[in-house]
Design a protein. Structure first.
Length: 112
């Protein structure tokens, strides 16, 4: 389910992101992003990741990876882009048929 709530996305991401996914919702800052196939595919990849990890473990791993990268001295953007879930989503967001053929736990190949 796609929900337009700009203030919520900005609050959660400190103004960093245009969209955020909390299964089963995709929250957007801009209404026209509903038709942004690249962004929506990116968020659908996150929905799949969250489902296969039963949601809460996804967030624990996500924030654990982020915190680890920050402790390694990376800035916010570098730490965010180094998260395996983000690496997979960014790498595959232009492949609109990716989810149809994606192996389970595909994010593992993006672990550093």
């Amino acid at each position: 389910m796609i929900i337009l709530v700009p203030w919520f996305v900005k609050l959660i991401t400190f103004g960093f992101a245009r969209a955020i996914t909390f299964y089963p919702f995709v929250f957007l800052t801009q209404a026209n992003d509903r038709s942004n196939t690249r962004l929506m595919n990116h968020e659908r990849i996150h929905l799949r990741q969250q489902l296969e990890l039963f949601i809460i473990p996804f967030y624990l791993l996500y924030f654990g990876e982020y915190l680890t990268r920050r402790l390694q001295g990376k800035n916010h953007r570098e730490a965010y882009r180094a998260i395996s879930f983000e690496r997979e989503a960014y790498d595959q967001e232009v492949q609109l048929d990716y989810l149809a053929n994606r192996p389970i736990f595909a994010f593992r190949k993006y672990l550093l």
